[in-house]
Design a protein around this ligand. Structure first.
Ligand code: SF4
Ligand code: SF4
Length: 435
């Protein structure tokens, strides 16, 4: 449901979707079956075509009212419709623009404004604040308080909020922040020099994944540099309609990374990668940074994309698992990368790869969607796990930390306790001697 009931008429057209983009839709409906919310609800207004029609109505002077906000917010921004669309409708940037326009007009409650300001302005961009928050969450998780609260069933009484708590990531110590600023040598002969963008929250909650990513790159002839001045990529800001804040973070990352001679800038988070590769769109109106952003975007590579493009070190041990793969929307639909992760999984000796039905449909994670739109996210997840379960795979592989959390919840709630792993974690396991 829309957070605020304060409505407003459209103010100017500068922040809404571009008319040229709106005009591209021929309303054929070929995208409908690719849309998770349409598949769940069967409601035109919650389909890509219906949402585009509502954007057109607003563009023609219609109100930005609670209904409009609700339909825009129920969209996962998964961009499944973009892949399905034969007319090349750039839905991803249209929904971002629609949300930015909503954001520009929305009057939020004081507490909501405070929470957003804290999360987007103070927490995500600041290493110090993230470390403080991480330490607090770690204490909650290891002191036994979380266990007691879960065991009492108190979270069940909280309904949706209890389910949201179950989606919270586990904080991992030591934090990966301690590695930022370091350089890791290639194992054997150096073939590439790459920079690794380690994320923001991932430095607290996916520390072992980040370590595995560095090790796998080292095994494949990469010197891995973790530039000290890197910061949050701004993806969550973009998806929440906070473009100006995202632009500031983008400029910082460009300054931190572009001057050095890297063969590639690597990320292991498809959600971040999608935004990082679109910095030139984010900074299109910035004459000082636009060209630099274009160069930066060309250097950006998802870790699976990079590894699949080089001659992979074949010295792996056998992993005798059946593995299925869930496409991360921001890898498949945002970056059009489908074969690279599958190619890497198939390169692991002993591993049996089993394709699941509808692997290209979102799992319901979608950044912080599973928190903000928890009911729909869980409905989508239940159907996703039905697809996973038919494969009888023991492991669900994916290429994005957010999807991993969602799928872990899915394996607990609707699956058979399958293990969830990033593709590079399985490669890392294959490169290491058996414990
Ligand atoms: S977004 Fe594309 S596929 Fe969907 S209705 Fe419009 S033109 Fe057709
Ligand atoms: S981005 Fe995803 S949820 Fe949103 S309209 Fe497109 S397919 Fe549907």
């Amino acid at each position: 449901m829309a957070e605020s009931s304060t409505l407003g008429a459209r103010v100017g057209k500068s922040t809404g979707p571009a008319q040229a983009d709106l005009d591209k839709c021929v309303h054929c409906g070929l995208c409908l079956n690719a849309c998770p919310t349409y598949r769940e609800l069967g409601v035109e207004m919650d389909s890509p075509r219906g949402r585009i029609q509502q954007m057109i109505d607003v563009s023609n002077g219609g109100p930005i009212d609670a209904d409009y906000i609700q339909h825009m917010e129920l969209c996962l921004a998964c961009r499944g419709c973009e892949t399905a669309c034969p007319s090349g409708v750039p839905y991803g940037r249209m929904i971002e623009a629609a949300r930015a326009e909503i954001e520009a007009q929305r009057k939020r409650s004081r507490s909501a404004r405070f929470a957003r300001r804290f999360i987007f302005h103070r927490l995500l961009p600041s290493r110090v604040m993230l470390e403080i928050a991480g330490a607090g969450l770690y204490l909650y998780q290891v002191s036994g308080v979380q266990k007691i609260i879960r065991a009492t069933g108190a979270l069940d009484l909280l309904g949706k909020f209890g389910r949201i708590e179950a989606l919270a990531p586990t904080v991992e110590v030591p934090f990966f922040f301690s590695q930022i600023g370091k350089t890791f040598p290639a194992e054997g002969e150096r073939h590439y020099r790459v920079a690794f963008l380690a994320g923001c929250i991932a430095n607290l909650t996916f520390c072992r994944l980040n370590e595995a990513t560095v090790r796998v790159l080292q095994k494949n002839g990469c010197e891995v540099v973790l530039p000290a001045a890197q910061n949050c990529c701004g993806a969550l800001h973009v998806h929440s309609g906070l473009k100006e804040e995202a632009r500031g973070l983008a400029r910082n990352n460009i300054d931190a990374l572009l001057g050095s001679e890297f063969d590639a800038v690597i990320t292991n988070a498809a959600g971040c990668g999608s935004t990082l590769k679109e910095y030139h769109e984010l900074l299109a109106d910035d004459p000082k940074y636009y060209e630099k952003a274009k160069q930066f975007s060309l250097k950006m590579k998802d870790v699976t994309e990079f590894l699949a493009s080089i001659e992979l070190n074949p010295n792996m041990r056998s992993l005798e698992y059946a593995v299925t793969y869930q496409d991360s929307c921001h890898l498949l639909h945002g970056q059009k990368i489908k074969t690279a992760p599958r190619k890497l999984l198939r390169a692991i000796p002993g591993l049996t790869f089993r394709e699941m039905p509808n692997a290209d449909i979102c799992c319901g994670s979608a950044g912080i969607y599973n928190i903000l739109q928890n009911d729909m996210a869980m409905q989508i997840l239940e159907h996703k796990m039905a697809s996973v379960n038919v494969t009888k795979a023991q492991v669900i592989a994916t290429a994005n930390p957010g999807c991993m959390l969602q799928l872990e919840a899915g394996a607990r709630l609707y699956g058979s306790g399958q293990r969830v792993a990033h593709v590079v974690q399985l490669l890392d396991e294959a490169y290491r001697p058996k414990a």
